[in-house]
Design a protein around this ligand. Structure first.
Ligand code: BV8
Ligand code: ZN
Length: 267
C-alpha cells in the first residue's frame, strides 16, 4: 500500500460535509480498521492483510479453526493481548461526543472492528457487526462470556462443558449475528446522513450498508486516508486521518472555528 502524503481536507470539503451533517436528524456511521489505526491497532490491508505469512482470510475462517485451532487461537490471543494495551484516539472520542449531540437513539455506530474502542471512548449505541475480541463462546454449549484482559491458554476450554472455546468473532464465510445485522440495516434505512470512516469497503455484507444508505437517499460522507471501493458512491470524500477530521467536524458543529477547532492542526 502506498503511503499517502499527510492530507487534510480543504475547508470547502469540510463545509460541504458539515452542511449535510447539520440537516440530518439521524446519523448512522460505518467504521473499519482505519478508525483504530491511530490507536496503534494494525489495519488488515495495511500489513498486506498478512499475519505470520498467512492471509487473514485464511486464518479467520471456520475451516482454518477446524484444521488448526492452535494456529487460529495464537492469532487471536496475540491480537487480544495487543488490544488490551491500546486506548481510543480522538476520532473515537469525537464519535462518542457526536452521539451525545444527536442522542443515542438517533446516532448509531456500526463497526466492523472487534477492538471495543468505540465503547471504551464512551459510545453507547455500537453495533459490533463482526463480534468482539473480548468475548469467547463455546463450540458446543451455550457458554459465552466477556474475558477481556485475560491471557487465555493456547487452546482454552469451556468452564461449563469442557469443550473447546472459540473467539466470539464473525469469521469469513460465517453469517453475521442476525439481530445485530437487522439493527444495522434498520439504522441505515432510517438515517439522513451516513458516515463511512476508515474502511476499505471490501468486506460484505458490511460494505453493503453504504448501498443501503444510498437506497434511502441518505447523504454519504467518507473519511479515509485515500480513495476506496466506496468513494465512487459517496457525496463527500474527506481525505486525511479520521483522528484529525472527526474532531474538526465536531468542533465546527459546535460552532468553534479556526485553530481552536483543530488544536492548531493545519494542512
Ligand atoms: C458472509 C473478523 C454469508 C475477523 C472480519 C467467497 C466465499 C465466501 C464468502 C465470500 C467470498 N467472497 C466474498 C465473500 C464474502 C466475504 C467477503 O466480503 N470477503 C472479502 C474478503 C471479499 N464476507 C464474509 O464472508 C462475511 N460473511 O458473507 O456470510 C456467506 C456465508 C457463507 C458463504 C458465503 C457467504 C463475513 C465477513 C466478516 C469477516 N470478519 N472480521 C477478525 O477481525 O479477526 S472482516 C475483517 O476484515 C475486519 O473485521 C474488517 O471488517 C475487514 C477489514 O476491513 P476494514 O475494516 O475496511 O480494514 P482494511 O484494513 O481493509 O481498511 C482500512 C481502511 O482504513 C483503509 O481504507 C485505509 O486507507 C483506512 N485508514 C487507515 N488508517 C486510517 C484510515 N482512514 C482514516 N484514518 C486513518 N488514520
Ligand atoms: Zn461449553
Amino acid at each position: 500500500m502506498h503511503h499517502p502524503i499527510e492530507h487534510f481536507p480543504e475547508d470547502r470539503e469540510l463545509e460541504q460535509a458539515l452542511a449535510l451533517l447539520r440537516v440530518a436528524q439521524r446519523v448512522t456511521v460505518l467504521t473499519g480498521a482505519g478508525v483504530s489505526a491511530e490507536s496503534g491497532v494494525p489495519t488488515f490491508r495495511g500489513a498486506g492483510g498478512l499475519w505470520e505469512g498467512h492471509r487473514i482470510e485464511d486464518v479467520a475462517t471456520p475451516r482454518a479453526f477446524r484444521r488448526d485451532p492452535g494456529l487460529v487461537w495464537r492469532f487471536y490471543n496475540l491480537r487480544r493481548a495487543s488490544v488490551w494495551k491500546v486506548q481510543p484516539n480522538p476520532g473515537h472520542f469525537a464519535l462518542a461526543e457526536m452521539e451525545q449531540r444527536w442522542g443515542a437513539d438517533s446516532f448509531a455506530v456500526c463497526t466492523q472492528n472487534v477492538d471495543g474502542l468505540h465503547q471504551q471512548a464512551g459510545s453507547q449505541h455500537v453495533l459490533e457487526l463482526h463480534g468482539s475480541l473480548a468475548r469467547v463462546r463455546c463450540t458446543v454449549c451455550e457458554y459465552r462470556a466477556d474475558r477481556r484482559g485475560e491471557d487465555l491458554p493456547p487452546l482454552p476450554s469451556c468452564p461449563q462443558c469442557g469443550e473447546l472455546l472459540r473467539p466470539d468473532i464473525v469469521w469469513f464465510e460465517e453469517m453475521l449475528p442476525a439481530d445485530v445485522w437487522e439493527r444495522a440495516v434498520e439504522q441505515t434505512a432510517n438515517c439522513e446522513c451516513f458516515l463511512v470512516v476508515g474502511t476499505s469497503g471490501v468486506v460484505y455484507p458490511a460494505a453493503g450498508l453504504i448501498d443501503g444508505a444510498r437506497a434511502v437517499g441518505a447523504s454519504i460522507i467518507e473519511i479515509n486516508l485515500e480513495a476506496t471501493a466506496a468513494t465512487g458512491r459517496v457525496d463527500v470524500a474527506l481525505h486525511g486521518k479520521s483522528g484529525e477530521i472527526l474532531p474538526r467536524l465536531l468542533a465546527m458543529l459546535k460552532g468553534e472555528s479556526g485553530a481552536a477547532a483543530t488544536g492548531g492542526i493545519r494542512a
